[in-house]
Design a protein around this ligand. Structure first.
Ligand code: LLP
Length: 428
């Protein structure tokens, strides 16, 4: 059995699939399902691969993990240990980053429509950078920073009109996207920021989109940025933030760049494009989310109902679905499943892995090749460490799953399972 889509520590012993030295079937028995399992070693490895790739950059560089991908405080703590800062997109995400112990200067605060509460929370946290997404936001930050007695360093988000090859719902750098300012307006916003008393312009921010498999897209952005910086006379700005977006493999045959090589190629490309125009290398920031947390996670489900329809589709229904992982329903995302306690057995059948929600679109995998399933079997979906728990809902009154972190043969619960009482707690 190939474990390439699974976390780095995945291994099969006597037919049982384990991660972090713990059998997944045992985790399901001890903690129930659906259960998210995060492999600490994979988080360390991928954070280090990013850091190693950045060594190809001649100037200073740093990383801010995109908390929208995954905001479990324990997981953020692992990444803080690796020296990463945090990219947050709301007062709520900021609270998760602070709970993990993120120092204010390592925070990058995003949002295309920040509320006064979002900005005030960033100011109160002493956020190192706030990314301005529209012109009016400069006045908002000036007003709130003055009230807080602070000068807020800002980046301005520029839209390079680059159409990344990814799902259209998660492409952000194209001309029609709601994010950022077109070139001329971004340059004007940076100039205006320099005239405000409580705002300090620090540089540009670009985010092309997510699940981008081609490094060429980043190189295209590097060339565009260098020309833009040159044309607008912005070469003295100290920072350049290229956002996140690197793709991961979800299913067999998916093309996913090697992190170290892709980051090194991007960093070298930025330096080369700027150098060609005689521009200095500013401090480079990257904001990875999925490519750090995604491959570190698997979701365990228990199989219940099994049946074959008149049309010949065999369904195996599991105890979660579109509420804990909306990605297949939202983006047509594909996943790979493993039968955790028969990991060595040959696949004999294609199952549609359905959830337990009340709609036909609640199918996690349309055709999963698996050994014959029986009710009670536990299956694992690979590469579910990003954009699952942070996008989860409680549709159909299903409490959200628990999460455990595994390392060195031990597990610890890092997110408690939600209860039906929790669901009722807000009702009046
Ligand atoms: N920086 C900014 C400003 C972003 O908006 C994002 C993601 C990232 C960094 C991190 O991108 P990553 O490295 O994770 O691709 N829910 C979608 C993905 C939405 C991404 C939103 N922005 C999905 O499940 O595929």
């Amino acid at each position: 059995m190939s474990t390439s889509l699974l976390p780095d520590t995945a291994a099969v012993a006597a037919g049982r699939l384990g991660v972090g030295g713990v059998a997944l079937g045992d985790l399901a028995a001890r903690h129930g399902t659906p259960l998210l399992v995060y492999d600490e070693a994979t988080l360390h490895n991928r954070a280090r691969a990013y850091r190693e790739g950045l060594r190809a950059y001649p100037g200073p560089s740093r990383l801010a993990f995109a908390c929208k991908a995954q905001s479990s405080v324990a997981l953020l703590r692992v990444l803080l240990e690796e020296g990463l800062g945090m990219d947050v997109a709301s007062e709520g995400e900021l609270a998760f980053a602070l709970a993990a112990g993120t120092p204010g200067d390592l925070l990058v605060v995003h949002g295309n429509n920040k509320s006064d509460a979002d900005v005030a929370a960033a100011l109160a946290a002493g956020a190192g950078l706030l990314v301005v997404d529209h012109d009016g936001e400069l006045d908002q930050v000036e007003r709130l920073a003055a009230a807080a007695g602070r000068v807020q360093p800002v980046l301005v988000r520029v839209n390079p009109a680059i159409d990344a090859d990814t799902h259209r719902k998660i492409a952000t750098g194209h001309a029609a996207s709601k994010f950022g300012l077109a070139g001329g307006e971004a340059a004007a916003a940076l100039r205006r920021a320099g005239s405000l008393e409580h705002v300090r312009p620090m540089g540009l921010h670009v985010h092309l989109g997510s699940q981008i498999a081609s490094v060429d897209t980043y190189l295209e952005a590097a060339a565009w940025l260098a020309a833009f910086i040159d044309r607008e006379g912005l070469g003295d700005l100290p920072l350049l933030d290229l956002g996140g977006g690197l793709a991961i493999a979800y299913a067999d045959g998916d093309r996913a760049p090697d992190v170290r090589a892709a980051v090194a190629a991007t960093a070298a490309g930025v330096a080369e494009q700027l150098g060609r125009r005689g521009l200095p290398a500013p401090g480079l920031i990257l904001e990875p989310g999925r490519s750090i947390a995604g491959p570190a996670g698997v979701t365990l489900y228990t199989v219940g109902a099994i049946k074959t329809t008149a049309a010949g589709v065999t369904y195996a229904a599991v105890d979660g679905g579109m509420a804990d992982n909306p990605r297949p329903a939202m983006y047509g995302a594909r996943y790979r499943a493993f039968a955790v306690d028969r990991a060595d057995a040959a696949s004999t059948q294609a199952y549609a892995i359905a959830g337990k929600h009340c709609e036909s679109g609640d199918v996690l995998i349309e055709a999963a090749e698996l050994p014959e399933l029986r009710p009670g079997d536990v299956i694992a979906l690979a590469a579910t460490g990003a954009y699952t728990s942070t996008m989860a809902s409680t549709y159909n009154g299903l409490p959200r799953p628990a999460a455990v972190m595994v390392a060195g043969g031990e597990e610890r619960v890092v997110v408690a399972r939600e209860t039906v009482a929790d669901l009722l707690a807000r009702e009046r």
